[in-house]
Design a protein around this ligand. Structure first.
Ligand code: MN
Length: 204
């Protein structure tokens, strides 16, 4: 069939401990992401969107179609989220991405501060993003709920780093301490994976 599949995590559930706990990863991947995937497939069945790439579905979304908006965003956002984290990661980006971060934000620390503020000040549920444009320029933005930068009405650039700030992403370990979770996220960012997305994204 042409339906979307829940991707396997590229590491074990406990691989991101102590920064992101195993129980949260199990529920987040096995219940939340699985739910978005199944509901997306159900929403697409029999429509002309069936069989299209998820990026095309999001870019051409009818924003009033809440089933595809919420579950298509949820499917894509979590696929990206798992890919840009990993064990023995964190630190600073290197190479072209590092240079572009310096050019766009002044320094890595200034980027980190801007991204962390976007994540901390997103009221309720949503995501913080780092996006690239076709010329390699970078921008920080945030979206509500499961919305995504590719959707109509958002920045329209290609997301290369995303942080889930729904309570389901951190509440078991951090309760109301979202800023601590944001700081912990930077200990598990896989900058090699983000660099790969940067290099692909700037050519789109
Ligand atoms: Mn989530």
């Amino acid at each position: 069939t042409m339906s979307f599949q829940l991707p396997n995590l590229p590491y074990n559930f406990e691989a991101l401990e102590p920064h992101i706990d195993s129980k949260t990863m199990q529920i987040h991947h096995g219940k939340h992401h699985a739910g978005y995937t199944n509901k997306l497939n159900a929403a697409l069945e029999g429509t002309d969107m069936e069989g299209k790439a998820i990026e095309d579905i999001l870019k051409n979304l009818d924003v009033n179609d809440s089933a595809v908006r919420n579950n298509g965003g949820g499917y894509f956002n979590h696929c990206l989220f798992w890919e840009i984290m990993g064990p023995n990661c964190g630190g600073n980006p290197k190479g072209t991405l590092a240079n572009s971060i310096d050019k766009s934000f002044g320094s890595f620390d200034e980027f980190k501060s801007k991204f962390s503020t976007a994540a901390a000040t997103r009221f309720g549920s949503g995501w913080a993003w780092l996006c690239v444009d076709s010329e390699g320029g970078l921008e920080v933005c945030s979206t509500a709920n499961q919305d995504n930068p590719l959707m109509p009405g958002e920045c329209g650039k290609t997301p290369i780093l995303g942080l889930d700030v729904w309570e389901h992403a951190y509440y078991l370990n951090y309760q109301n301490r979202r800023p601590d979770y944001i700081e912990a996220f930077f200990r598990v960012v896989n900058w090699d994976a983000v660099s790969e997305k940067y290099n692909k994204g700037k050519e789109l």
